[in-house]
Every structure is written in C-alpha cells, then in structure tokens.
Design a protein around this ligand. Structure first.
Ligand SMILES: [Zn+2]
Length: 353
C-alpha cells in the first residue's frame, strides 16, 4: 500500500547515506580550512598591523598621523580649531601641534626632528620621527642577549682653563664636578661601578671624554652641565636633556636645512640614546618640578664618538638667580642626582626586562 506519509520517510532513508557523506566531507573541508587558518595566524607576525603608506611632501616622507596611530592601535583626535592632535592608547598620551616640533609624551616634552605638518585635512608626522623618535620611545627595543648596565661614566662638564658659564664668581665647572661626585655616591650605593672623566679641576678636550668612556667600557654615559641664557633671552629657565641627533636629521637648535648624513659611532645606540634621555628628563621634571625644556637633539662632541648610550644634561640656568641658588645648594644637587639615578632605573626596567 502506498502510504503517502511514508514516501518522504523512504525518500529520507534513501538520501541519508549520501547526506551523511556530504556532511562528513564538509566537516573534513572545514577542518582543513581551520588548520590552514591556524597555521597562517601562527606564521603571521604577532600583533601584525596594517602597513603604513609613506606620503611624499615637501621633499621628504611623512605618514598620515591617523594611519600611523591605527598601526599602533591608538586612538587619535584631531582638533581643527586648536590644531592639536591627541593620540592615546596603551597607557600613553601624546600631543602634537601643527607646525610645532614639540610633542608631549605622558606629560614630558620631546622635540621632533620635523614639525607636525598639515596638508589639507591630513596631518603628517615625518617618517624620520616615526622611526627614530616615536618607535624607540613607545616600543623600546630589548636587546638580546640582555647586556645589563654595570658601569656608568659620569662626565663633569668643563674644568681647568675652561670654566663654562659664569654667574658672578660662580663657575659652571665647579658645580658640574660637585654634582658628578654626588651622583657617583648615589650610583655606587645603587650597585653601579662609576667612572668619572675628571675628579679634579682639570681641563679635558671634549673628544677625550668620549674616548675615556669607551676605554672604561662604560654601559652608559652621562655628561653634566648647567645652562645660561644669552643676553637676548633672560626668561629661559628649566631643565633639558640632549641625545645625539639621528642620522639624516638636523639638531634641535640648528636650522632644519643643516641635515647631516654622517654616520657616527654614537648612532650605534640610536634607539637607546633617546629612551635614556626621555627617562632621565621625565624623572628630573617630575621629581624637581622645574620647567620642562624637553628632550633635544645635538651633535655634541662628547656624544658623537660614544660606543654606549649617552646623554648630556643641562640641570638648570645659572643666569636665573633662583635657579643659580638651587645649583649652589648641595641639597638641591642631591635631588638632581637622585632623579638621574631614578631615570636610569626606569631606562633599565625597559631595556633589561
Ligand atoms: Zn656646560
């Protein structure tokens, strides 16, 4: 008897083996696809980000700040009224201003090689700054194998026939040496081996200071100076830390046309130079509350030939009576020294962890 209600059942029974086979085949295909996908994901670089397309403008390469921020998984806010770009993410807050070389990184000023540029509605950060300023600060390189910081060379600026800046009878060379000796005490207490380039009031040529640091096989070099404003700028005050100007850039206070492509021994520590400068400037500004003049670039003779990361600290203005009083105060210099040690500690935390 033909039961119309059985027909579908029979039909089902008839197609079941074929459907089961198809299902099995589909499962195999999915398993294969999943396997390929897993291999592809595992093979891809961790945290792979969209590629950045350089933008040619004004004879050099730039990146759209929005595109750069996207590669870092940061959010960016461009304020067309104030012309300030704010980039946030990963515990970082960066602010840039159109036509300005000054960038603020978590409250501390850093000088870019080129000002943020605006081309129509697109704001551009130079490729040089992305590679040589932003990347070392935001994504510190951890050299492998780790080379721990053991020996620190402390360089007291000037000496002997070179007094440095003068404020009345007070000479820079005296206070750089006093600070160097106080810094040595604190660094030794923290377990470092310390080498002073000079421990007396003696003259020393600038290249000889770097050579002495290299001979001592220093792991870090810290040159100590105090500032003085020119007669045209009596308002200048505060603290700044210099590191070697990156290859292909102009120094912070030089005309931007003064670009040098000379590769110097100091460029071997490029990424670590600016990271050390930033961490020390941050500690100085935060612990002493002085005016933040920023992390700057210069091709100083003491930094050019170093085979280790190096910085030059300008620890206040002798031309400002209030700051000169502090520089002459051993307690203030002790706080300066403590902040430098803290900056070095933070630097080590980033490169040795
Ligand atoms: Zn000096």
């Amino acid at each position: 008897m033909n039961n119309p209600f059985l027909a579908p059942a029979r039909f089902c029974l008839n197609i079941l083996p074929r459907a089961r086979q198809r299902l099995l085949n589909m499962r195999r295909v999915w398993a294969l696809l999943w396997c390929c996908l897993s291999v592809a994901v595992a093979a891809a670089p961790r945290g792979a980000t969209p590629a950045l397309e350089p933008v040619p403008f004004l004879g050099r390469e730039w990146y759209d700040i929005k595109a750069w921020a996207a590669t870092q998984r940061f959010t960016v806010d461009l304020n067309p009224r104030t012309r300030i770009a704010t980039v946030t993410g990963d515990g970082l807050r960066l602010t840039f201003a159109v036509d300005s070389q000054q960038m603020i990184v978590n409250g501390v000023k850093v000088w870019l090689c080129h000002p943020l540029a605006a081309r129509n509605d697109t704001w551009l950060v130079s490729a040089l700054d992305v590679e040589l300023v932003l990347r070392p600060l935001l994504r510190p390189v951890r050299p492998r194998p780790v080379k721990p910081v053991r020996t620190i060379v402390v360089d007291a600026g000037h000496g002997g026939k070179d007094p440095g800046h003068q404020a009345g009878t007070m000479q820079e060379k005296r206070y750089t040496l006093l600070l160097a000796q106080q810094l040595r005490t604190k660094l030794q207490a923290a377990g470092y081996r310390v080498v002073l380039t000079r421990n007396r009031d003696t003259f020393m040529e600038l290249p000889e200071r770097a050579a002495a640091a290299n001979r001592a096989k220093g792991d870090l070099f810290v040159s100590l100076h105090f500032n003085a404003a020119g007669s045209g700028d009596r308002t200048a005050r505060g603290i700044e830390v210099f590191c070697l100007t990156p290859n292909g850039a102009a120094s912070t206070h030089a005309p931007r046309s003064q670009v040098s492509n000379e590769v110097l021994p100091g460029h071997g520590s490029g990424a670590r130079n600016i990271l050390l400068a930033y961490q020390v400037q941050k500690a100085l500004v935060q612990k002493l509350g002085l005016n933040d003049r920023g992390v700057k670039h210069a091709r100083f003779a003491v930094l050019r030939d170093l085979t280790m990361p190096g910085i030059l600290i300008e620890g206040g203005f002798m031309s400002v009576p209030e700051e000169m009083r502090q520089i002459a105060d051993p307690k203030f210099r002790d706080r300066l020294a403590a902040a430098i040690v803290e900056g070095i500690r933070q630097y080590r935390r980033l490169v040795e962890s």
